[in-house]
Design a binder for this molecule. Structure first.
Ligand code: IFM
Length: 768
């Protein structure tokens, strides 16, 4: 089936490109990428370099390049670098005639493949076939099988090794490059400039086919390369297999030694065995995580593409953050935003709770950073970083955007006024607990985070005596075009939510585990009187209510008084298309035009709003939203589902799921900053739309509930969920739904469908 953007799919498990478009280098590099949450390797060609945005971004390597404005992950030397020359001419998609071209991403197996026949007018022709993967069996390994067949007699030269002349968006990260060789293996040992992190990239090869006439290793600037010369006849074939290990000192004691040992071991195992272990892993992943969409192959491939991208961005091997652009590039510093809890965590809560646990534990590990931030800004408790790396200290710079008209820097207050990040972390922890009932986690980690956030909020609210209410002033909500606002609805409601959860956890621990409760309070330097403050705030925090006539909730104090204009009309006021629309002088500041869902985000996250409130707010805010953020469409789809706007829900599903694959995000540059790469939150949002939106899945006190509304163009929908330790198989057809409790479940689970509720025993089904 043909898809947009020069793509097609055969089975819904792959994306295939049948012609090469040099204009799409940045997009295809992201879309065809491979990765394993430890590293992201862009889907570029082996012969390319920095100019074509080749990158291998490795998590947990945060460092600030000299002269750079912020710390980011390192893009490490490219160990898969390989160029082939025929009689001196490089086999390249840019020079020569390409036929039988095929580039694919096989999402079922996590493989990137390329085939093509290359012919040059001045002579030379080869058939090339390449396959590579970022191993899920050993996350340090990149593995490649590079095979070429001579079509004509000639002199062939392979240049392969480690290309250290890598691209970095904010300057050079490495202060030293040391070349090493052990037997037939070559390696680069690097040290970062700021933190002196040691990074090792070691490469080894296995050759089969015609023997090379000569072979040598040469060092060239930052590269360490092998040169192999062959004299070939038409029909001769050479296969080059490469195993690369990438290690660093933030993970282990002796990275270079480990990398050499792993490559040696990998070469012994051989390509096919390494691939088999990797495939097994993917098979197990999809076994639990696949969503089958029947009757619509395009929607099917979009769903899988987004799940694939969300997964390869997730560092499943450790408690580390999911970056807002995953590991597809260095944009947004490889760091977690609120995206992690609100967009990416839900999928793991209900499919792979062990991964979800890593993510929520990460927020516990980074409590010290969040406390430092609160203290620095004059508060107490935990004020989580807007942009959070390894330590949880704030990575977001004071100046992110600039005024493209004057070149002057803009002081954005994402890092100090966007306080909703802290209650969002509570939302994440609570949603993990609700899905898994893992009370041990709560006792060990979750409670402390929730209490520290509650304490932060105590220090952040203002009590208005005349109104007998708590208010939150000087905020920045999800809609980032309006900074310095008071009583942002999203933030105030989430504050109440966090306070209520803190009270519940406190009171439950008081009954069940007084000892642990006392230990946490003592370590925090507070006592049981804190509970009274939390209760008072939960009760008296001001919540902007739906207007009695229109039912619309005001986004923040005074919002309705701002100029009412559509995003399209407002856009005409731009002097330069790259202008930033927000604070302090952007075109949206004095208008009701929103960057991204704000009240809609609130309605998507929290339950309890009536249908007329859902509909009224959707109808009011949707036309005023510019969707300047990739987070916005999925949230609109979710609320459109809740409000029974089925056509709208599908339109936004398509928008969210195609942001990367069809290159539908026009926001590559904003306010002078490059924002490209994979939109990881939007990818997570696709799972949310399908499961929570179209299937209408909700957790209830004693089980689960489904209220499906299958998109018209789909014949069916099938997926699995793990809820409260019970595995459920969900199958939705045009006018029915069947929920089956897995045979191996250890207990009953109550399932509510539109017209009935039943406690399902293991192996039982309920059809509605
Ligand atoms: O967290 C988001 C924010 O809501 C909008 N700008 C981009 C951030 C990272 O995705």
């Amino acid at each position: 089936m043909n898809l947009q953007n020069n793509l097609r799919t055969a089975t819904g498990w792959e994306i295939i490109e049948n012609s090469f478009d040099p204009e799409q280098l940045v997009t295809t590099g992201s879309n065809f990428m491979i990765g394993n949450g430890y590293m992201g390797y862009r889907g570029t060609f082996e012969e390319w370099g920095a100019k074509e945005f080749v990158a291998c971004v490795v998590t947990d390597t945060w460092d600030q390049a000299e002269g750079s404005r912020w710390s980011e992950l390192c893009n490490v030397p490219n160990g898969l670098f390989t160029q082939l020359f025929v009689d001196g001419r490089m086999v390249s998609a840019f020079d020569g005639q390409i036929s039988n071209y095929f580039r694919a991403l096989d999402m079922y197996q996590g493989l990137n493949q390329r085939k093509m026949t290359w012919q040059h007018a001045k002579g030379g022709s080869v058939v090339l076939e390449v396959e590579k993967f970022a191993s899920h069996a050993n996350h340090h390994l990149l593995v490649m099988n590079y095979c070429f067949k001579a079509q004509e007699k000639g002199n062939y030269r392979l240049v392969t090794g480690i290309d250290g002349a890598v691209w970095s968006i904010n300057g050079e990260h490495f202060q030293s490059y040391k070349s090493l060789q052990e037997h037939d293996l070559i390696g680069l040992e690097l040290h970062t400039s700021e933190l002196n992190t040691e990074i090792a990239v070691v490469e080894g090869i296995a050759l089969s086919g015609v023997k090379p006439e000569s072979s040598k290793i040469r060092k060239e600037d930052k590269c360490l390369l092998r040169e192999l010369e062959f004299k070939l006849e038409a029909g001769d074939e050479i296969t080059l297999q490469k195993v690369v290990s990438i290690t660093h000192s933030n993970e282990m004691e002796n990275p270079i030694k480990t990398a050499f040992a792993e490559v040696e071991e990998g070469l012994k195992l051989g390509y096919e065995n390494l691939k088999e272990d990797h495939q097994d892993h993917w098979k197990r992943f999809w076994e639990r995580s696949d969503i089958q969409i029947l009757g619509n192959l395009e929607a099917q491939v979009l769903a899988r593409f987004n799940i694939y991208q969300a997964y390869i961005a997730t560092p499943t091997h450790d408690n580390l953050p999911i970056g807002a652009r995953g590991l597809s590039c260095q944009v947004y510093q490889g760091a977690a935003f609120w995206d992690q809890e609100t967009f990416n965590l839900p999928m793991y809560n209900y499919t792979h709770p062990e991964i979800a646990k890593n993510l929520v534990t990460y927020r516990h590990d980074t409590l010290p950073g969040a406390k430092r931030k609160a203290k620095r800004l004059g508060y107490y408790g935990a004020f989580y970083a807007w942009t959070s790396g390894k330590t949880g200290d704030e990575l977001f710079p004071d100046y992110f955007f600039s005024d493209v008209l004057t070149g002057r820097r803009i002081r954005n207050h994402f890092n100090c006024w966007q306080i909703h990040i802290s209650p969002d972390v509570v939302y994440g922890i609570w949603s993990y607990y609700e899905a898994t009932l893992n009370w041990d986690f709560m006792l060990q980690y979750g409670a402390e985070v929730i209490f520290e956030v509650a304490q932060f909020l105590v220090s952040r609210v203002h009590f208005k005596k005349d109104k007998n209410q708590f208010e939150l002033i000087r905020l920045l909500g999800p809609d980032e075009y309006h900074e310095n606002v008071d009583n942002n609805a999203y933030t105030n409601y989430l504050t109440k939510y966090a306070m209520e959860k803190a009270c519940w956890v406190f009171e439950t621990m008081k009954k069940d585990d007084q000892e642990r409760l006392s230990a946490i309070l003592e370590a925090m330097g507070i006592n049981e009187t804190a509970l009274a403050n939390w209760k008072e705030i939960a009760e008296l925090i001001y919540l902007p209510q739906p207007d009695s006539e229109t039912k619309v909730i005001e986004q923040f104090d005074g919002y309705f008084k701002l100029e009412d204009i559509s995003p399209a009309e407002l856009r005409k006021r731009l002097i330069d298309p790259g202008e930033y629309w927000g604070w302090p002088n952007g075109i949206a500041v004095n208008t009701q035009v929103l960057k991204q869902a704000d009240v809609i985000q609130l309605l998507a996250l929290l339950d309890g709003f009536t249908n007329d409130v859902l509909t009224a707010n959707y109808d009011y805010y949707e036309p005023r939203t510019e969707h300047g953020s990739s987070l916005s469409p999925s949230v609109h789809a979710l609320v459109a589902c809740k409000a029974n706007h089925h056509g709208e829900a599908y339109r936004y599903f398509m928008e969210s799921s195609t942001i990367d694959l069809y290159n539908a995000s026009k926001k590559v540059m904003s306010g002078g900053s490059f924002l490209g790469g994979i939109h990881t939150a939007a990818a997570g949002g696709v799972w949310l739309i399908i499961v929570k939106g179209f299937a209408g899945f909700e957790v209830t006190d004693n089980g689960v509930k489904f209220n499906p509304a299958l998109p018209q163009s789909w014949d069916g929908l099938e997926f699995k969920l793990l809820v409260k330790q019970c595995l459920l198989h969900i199958s939705i057809a045009k006018n029915s739904i069947t929920v089956t409790s897995d045979d191996d479940n250890g207990q009953n689970i109550t399932v509510t469908l539109p017209n009935q509720t039943q406690a399902l025993r293991p192996g039982e089904s309920l059809k509605g």
